[in-house]
Each structure stands twice: as structure tokens, then as C-alpha cells.
Write a protein that binds this ligand. Structure first.
Ligand SMILES: Cc1cc2nc3c(=O)[nH]c(=O)nc-3n(C[C@H](O)[C@H](O)[C@H](O)COP(=O)(O)O)c2cc1C
Length: 143
């Protein structure tokens, strides 16, 4: 039986992980994730990534092991890892959001409190990885 699992990590984006490399990463997501029924969100900022990966536990853990070794980033730090009842991103085999480029839009579209929650997540405050934090991430795909 499938155990629905969610894993969220932050990492440091390498300087040479430029737009072209991001396109390559998204191409891998498009190629691999649908067949494994993996969904989620990848956020890029100036120098970081935050990724939510959800799906069958074995698939999620297998993919996260592969991603951990990817030289396009480093310091992968798992912030949330748990069995869940429902997917946050059922319709996205990997939604992508570049917050560094959308900064102004981002700043004006989310509330002060949601911004704080997001910043705490990015800084690795694991207490921010609660329902509120997850909902803030969810709002990004509709922005
Ligand atoms: C930040 C980041 C997120 C990634 N997310 C995914 C992902 O969701 N799915 C995926 O297949 N590969 C992802 N990758 C790429 C994998 O590390 C790996 O390069 C890729 O899966 C290899 O695919 P291939 O064996 O089909 O060439 C990601 C890489 C990075 C740096």
C-alpha cells in the first residue's frame, strides 16, 4: 500500500547553477516525476532552494537521495519529513517559483505574517514548517 509522504528541504544554490541549469533540472522533473507520481514545489531565491517533494514514501526517499548528491547545490538540510494525508500540490509534478525575480510581486501579494513565516522556513526554523508555513508555500503557485 502506498504511504503518502512529504519531505521538505532547503539547500544552498551553487553560483554556477544558472538559468540554463534550472531548465535542465525542470526537464528532469518533467521526465521523471509523473511516472513516479511525485508532486511538489521548487522555490529558487538568490542563493537558496526550498523544495517540497510528495508521493509514495519509497519514491520520495529515493529521489531525495539522488537530489542530495546533485552538484548544482549543497548543504541539503531536511526540515520536514513525515507521512501525510493529503498532497499540497496534487496538480504539479514540480511547480517552480523564482522568488528572487518576483520579489516585488511577492512582497505585495502576501501578508506580513505569511512573509515572516516564509522567511523563517527559508532560514531553517523547523517550527515554521507547520500548517501555516505549508499553506504559505501553497499560495506561491497561484501567484
Ligand atoms: C534543487 C534540485 C531539485 C531537483 N528536483 C528534482 C526532481 O524533482 N525530480 C527529478 O527527477 N530530478 C530532480 N533534480 C535533479 C536530480 O538531482 C538528478 O539530476 C536527475 O533526477 C537525474 O535525472 P536522470 O537520471 O533522468 O538524468 C533536482 C536537482 C536539484 C539541484
Amino acid at each position: 500500500m502506498e504511504t503518502l509522504y512529504r519531505l521538505v528541504y532547503t539547500s544552498a544554490r551553487r553560483k554556477d547553477c544558472d538559468d540554463k541549469e534550472i531548465q535542465n533540472i525542470l526537464a528532469s522533473c518533467k521526465k521523471n516525476n509523473p511516472g513516479k507520481n511525485i508532486t511538489g514545489l521548487l522555490i529558487q531565491t538568490e542563493n537558496r532552494f526550498l523544495q517540497v517533494i510528495e508521493g509514495d514514501k519509497d519514491e520520495v526517499l529515493g529521489l531525495s537521495e539522488k537530489i542530495k548528491k546533485d552538484p548544482r547545490h549543497g548543504g541539503v538540510n531536511i526540515r520536514f519529513e513525515q507521512k501525510v494525508d493529503k498532497r499540497l500540490f496534487p496538480n504539479w509534478h514540480m511547480a517552480f517559483k523564482d522568488i528572487s525575480k518576483d520579489d516585488i510581486q511577492f512582497q505585495s501579494k502576501i501578508s506580513e505574517e505569511d512573509k515572516k513565516s516564509y522567511e523563517a522556513m527559508m532560514e531553517g526554523d523547523i517550527s515554521a514548517y507547520n500548517d501555516r508555513g505549508m499553506n504559505v508555500l501553497k499560495t506561491f503557485v497561484s501567484m
